[in-house]
Design a protein. Structure first.
Length: 111
């Protein structure tokens, strides 16, 4: 349901941008640092929205990549520490959450 909501909101946003762009078709002067040209406002609007989407997606992708790399490092560290505990004969006590959100030990019997 959450994914469908995002798709519906994205479609609504695209429709609003398209309507806004189609209404504004007058030519405008655009300054490209060293050159000034006239372009239809619809192209300026659509290009700006496209670039905003690309920049947002690239920043999000970099963040996801960084988080995945951190998860991989933490899993490797967890395996290493578990092996060290096992080598030294120290039992590993893992904890889990039950349906109420309380933390209970795996070694204790459940009622």
């Amino acid at each position: 349901m959450k994914g469908q909501t995002y798709v519906i909101l994205a479609i609504i946003l695209v429709i609003i941008v398209a309507i806004f762009a189609v209404i504004n078709v007058d030519p405008v002067e655009v300054n490209y640092l060293f050159v000034t040209q006239e372009s239809p406002l619809i192209l300026v609007i659509l290009f700006s929205v496209l670039m905003g989407g690309i920049i947002t997606a690239s920043v999000g992708t970099m963040r996801i990549y960084r988080l995945q790399r951190e998860i991989k490092l933490l899993k490797t560290e967890n395996v290493t520490l578990s092996q060290r505990l096992d080598e030294n004969g120290i039992p590993i006590q893992s904890e889990k959450k039950d349906f109420k959100g309380d933390i209970e030990d795996n070694n204790t019997p459940t009622k």
